[in-house]
Design a protein around this ligand. Structure first.
Ligand code: NAD
Length: 476
């Protein structure tokens, strides 16, 4: 597949390519250009050329284009979801979910086009002040491989509505659905050059975006170490860089919780997308009175999960997205085993057999009562591994939940409003769920504290991040 610059499908200037691998089979599915600095230069030139015209389009008209694109994406969801499953690995039902989610985000931003407003301030004898929010111009967006379609929507929706033009880089392992959606946006009326997709690696195309003087803001989603490196590289240019990073979300299951609902919440929260979600449930703290029953029911569910090629309708969990990620998860669990840091109740290894040998499959894994200092609790485990810890009281649960470098989300499962309120007040996280986890509707701002990042995506609030204030003082 070719990348898209200025409305044209194009190869990389250097003529080199990167293979796109199907993680369920290990086979080469397609290839995408290995874009480099020269390609980013071309994309920035196209985005600059388009910027003056796009800025003058009224927000309502911009919103209409997003709205039409959302309809077309929803119509094409079958094909888009199949492409997404084949390049990313997730089960088809999850891929359809993600494609629909992208359409929902674009529709949401279309629906709030009237919210692009400023302020009027009366200053008495000094006159009046008017503050407008203007677009930043050419912006960059860099996205990871775990949820490429929804994250494209989270960035392109508010950025384009606010009147910016974009140079967006998908992960080198999942460029295909992003390219297909960019083509749909153009067919829906987005002028050429408003959204440019440069494919390529982080070291080449990614760094070129981050250090390009013509790009005024970069919105980055990825792991914490990369996010820090990206901010460091952009610092000499005084470029605004928002970073949405890793997480290690706790789930607190209180003694009065609806148990079947909490068990299903843990399964969905951890094993959705094979555990490769920033705000997945990565640690469970369950009240000791119900811990044996909860863990027993959870174990039965984890053992029953059907793992395989996401294109097969009965599959509940697909492979990990790439070989490096499989190796990383395997090493994290192997270290836990070697150090005796927890009891592995289920899984704990790659899956073998005719259905799994060629792909990047890891068994759904349940770990009981890991050592509180175990490495898998301190670092992000981006795969299907769930540690469960029994806790004696709420103070301990909240203290342990907060004992993390990360602070993206947290959930509490209870019928007791006081318990829910205490967790909401004391959780060091950007989002708190009660009796649910994972869902991020487009209306709700999403982002973390601590090493989970800086900035918020979603909601009308996110639009402000894609604009700058410009003030006018009127003396009468
Ligand atoms: P990653 O940081 O390796 O890569 C993310 C993107 O950055 C890719 O497009 C990559 O090519 C690019 N990149 C890599 N090095 C770069 C560099 N030096 N300069 C510029 N760009 C560079 O992350 P990943 O492994 O693809 O994704 C998984 C991580 O993303 C997890 O930690 C997960 O928690 C996080 N994530 C966070 C959110 C959120 O909203 N907070 C959402 C999804 C994923």
């Amino acid at each position: 597949m070719l990348m898209r610059i200025g409305g044209q499908e194009t190869e990389a200037a250097g003529g080199t390519w990167l293979d796109v691998i199907n993680p369920a089979t290990g086979e080469v599915l397609d290839r995408a250009p290995a874009g480099e600095r020269e390609d980013v230069d071309a994309a920035v030139a196209a985005a600059e050329h388009a910027a003056a015209g796009w800025e003058k389009v009224s927000p309502r008209e911009r919103g209409k284009i997003l709205f039409h694109a959302a309809g077309a994406i929803r119509e094409a969801r079958g094909d888009l979801a199949r492409t997404l499953t084949r390049e990313q690995g997730k089960p088809l039902a999850e891929a359809v979910d993600e494609v629909r989610g992208c359409a929902n985000v674009l529709e949401f931003y279309a629906s709030v086009s009237g919210c692009l407003s400023g302020d009027f301030i009366r200053l008495g004898a000094a006159g009046d002040g008017i503050v407008v929010r203007e677009p930043l111009g050419v912006c960059g967006a860099i996205i990871p491989w775990n949820m490429p379609v929804i994250l494209m929507g989270w960035k392109a929706g508010p950025a384009l509505l606010a009147g910016n033009t974009l140079v967006l880089k998908p992960s080198s392992t999942t460029p295909l659905t992003t390219l297909a959606i960019a083509a749909i946006l153009e067919r829906a009326g987005l002028p050429p050059g408003v959204l440019n997709i440069v494919t390529g690696t982080g070291d080449a195309a990614g760094q070129a975006i981050v250090t390009h003087p013509g790009i005024h803001k970069v919105s980055f989603t990825g792991n914490t170490a990369t996010g820090i490196a990206v901010r460091r590289a952009a610092a000499p240019l005084l470029k605004e860089v928002t970073v949405e990073l890793g997480g290690s979300d706790p789930m607190i299951v209180w003694k009065d919780a609806d148990l079947p609902k909490a068990v299903e919440g843990a399964v969905h929260g951890r094993f959705y997308n094979a555990g490769q979600v920033c705000n997945a449930v990565k640690r469970v703290y369950v009240h000791e009175e119900i811990a044996p029953r909860f863990t027993g029911e959870l174990l039965a569910r984890v053992r029953s999960l059907r793992v395989g090629d996401g294109l097969s309708p009965s599959v509940e969990m697909g492979p990990l997205q790439n070989r490096a990620q499989l190796d990383r998860v395997e090493a994290q669990v192997a270290r836990l085993r070697e150090r005796g840091e927890g009891r592995i109740l289920a899984g704990g290894s790659r899956l073998r057999g005719p259905e799994h040998d060629r792909g990047f499959f890891y068994a759904p894994t349940l770990v009981a009562d890991p050592d509180p200092d175990a490495a898998i609790l301190g670092e992000e485990v981006f795969g299907p591994v769930l540690p469960v810890m029994a806790v004696p009281d709420l103070d301990t649960a909240i203290a342990e939940a907060n004992r993390s470098r990360y602070g993206l989300g947290a959930s509490v499962w209870t019928r007791d409003l006081g318990v829910a309120r205490a967790v909401f007040d004391r959780a060091r996280a950007g989002v708190v769920w009660v009796n649910r986890h994972l869902t991020v509707p487009p209306e709700i701002p999403f982002g973390g504290v601590k090493e989970s990042g800086l900035g918020r995506e979603n909601g009308v609030q996110a639009i402000a991040g894609w604009t700058r204030a410009k003030s006018l003082l009127l003396g009468w």
